[in-house]
Design a protein around this ligand. Structure first.
Ligand code: ADP
Ligand code: TRP
Length: 327
């Protein structure tokens, strides 16, 4: 039977890029046959978030985000990474069979250092912990974005090293990339990829005046509404496309392309995104408020998830310990 597993870093509030690039896929997978495991990668987030209050807030918000958007704890296990110490034990075992060279080739390490993140040992060994996250649960499918593919490939390599050195302990996982078509890369307010690192994000649960103000920051040019424009040149449309049905989107595009007195200006398009986004996330917002008012319920879900996750990870840990002579 397939076991789907993925981790979500609570390194900030989840934004539209996270939703359309990852969360939505996770949630739709839970309807498929198989087992479903999703965890909040708080140990990983500690490589960048080193403010305890912020980390607590982001962990709580990440759990609430998944639950509000539809994660069903009956179908999918949700827990906090740090509640399963077996993963750390497995990470150590992997570190003893993994060459430095493998980690030195990680793009994400090089990219983060280039962006100015302090290159501490935890950032360097990040892929080891991620491999342990995956292998600890015998995951067969790992739904991730393109940026994480290399880490999953490294996991396959590490599983191979361990199995060859000792015995067939770890299951080789496969990557599962989102089938998203146009939304592979959600643009941020500045037109670059939306990312917490670029301060160009739109939080999924932003609403009302604040959301309007935030969307008002979408970068545009100074051409007047009457001037005909090619919609393909306007990343505003990539944002609108996330929310609108194809026929409505087409109508907007035709008007912009035609120009003239009937053509909408950039302000109009921003309002259209605002209204579509408000409607799209309205049910999830209501659910989020309910969960915020009952944090004890969220804690119960996470605690139950952690018990189930530990049960599974401890079996794999025991198998690995036995294989290398620790028992
Ligand atoms: P960030 O860049 O904001 O730190 P993460 O690297 O934590 O985001 O990404 C978490 C998940 O969300 C990954 O699977 C990633 O592929 C996806 N994701 C993040 N930003 C985008 C985006 N702008 N478009 C599509 N997917 C995204
Ligand atoms: N590194 C992943 C990210 O930044 C998060 C993550 C941690 C993860 N452990 C994982 C994803 C295990 C999949 C499987 O998005």
């Amino acid at each position: 039977m397939a076991t789907y597993l993925s981790g979500i870093q609570p390194s900030g509030l989840q934004h539209l890029g996270n939703y359309f690039g990852a969360i939505r896929q996770h949630l739709s997978l839970q309807e498929q046959e198989g087992e479903h495991y999703y965890f909040i990668a708080d140990f990983h987030a500690l490589t960048t978030v080193q403010d305890p209050e912020k980390l607590r807030e982001y962990v709580r918000e990440t759990a609430i985000t998944y639950l509000a958007l539809g994660l069903d704890p009956e179908k999918a296990v949700l827990w906090r990474q740090s509640d399963v110490p077996e993963v750390q034990e497995i990470a150590w075992l992997l570190s003893t069979v993994t060459g430095m060279g493998l980690l030195e080739r990680a793009h994400s390490f090089k990219d983060k250092v280039a962006k100015g993140v302090k290159p501490h040992v935890g950032l360097f060994t990040y892929p080891l912990l991620m491999a342990a996250d995956i292998l600890a649960y015998d995951a067969t499918h790992v739904p991730v974005g393109k940026d994480q593919v290399q880490h999953v490939e490294m996991t396959q390599t590490m599983a191979g090293y361990f199995n060859n050195t000792f015995a067939d302990v770890f299951v080789r996982p496969e990557c599962l990339l989102p089938k998203m078509g146009a939304a592979q890369k959600v643009p941020g307010l500045d037109g670059q990829k939306m990312s917490k690192s670029y301060a160009n994000t739109v939080w999924i649960f932003e609403e009302g005046k604040k959301l309007k103000k935030r969307l008002g920051k979408i970068v545009t040019d100074s051409r007047p509404p009457e001037e005909p424009k090619n919609p393909a040149d306007l990343f505003l449309f990539d944002l609108l496309a996330l929310f609108l049905p194809e026929t409505d989107l087409q109508e907007w595009k035709e008007k912009v392309e035609a120009g003239g007195t009937d053509a909408p200006g950039y302000g109009h398009l921003k309002i259209a995104i605002f209204e579509a986004m408000e409607a799209y996330f309205a049910p999830a917002r209501a659910r989020r408020l309910e969960l915020l008012a009952d944090i004890a319920e969220v804690d119960r879900i996470l605690a139950k998830g952690a018990d189930r996750a530990r049960e599974r990870a401890s079996v794999v840990r025991d198998r690995a310990y036995a294989a290398c002579g620790l028992r």
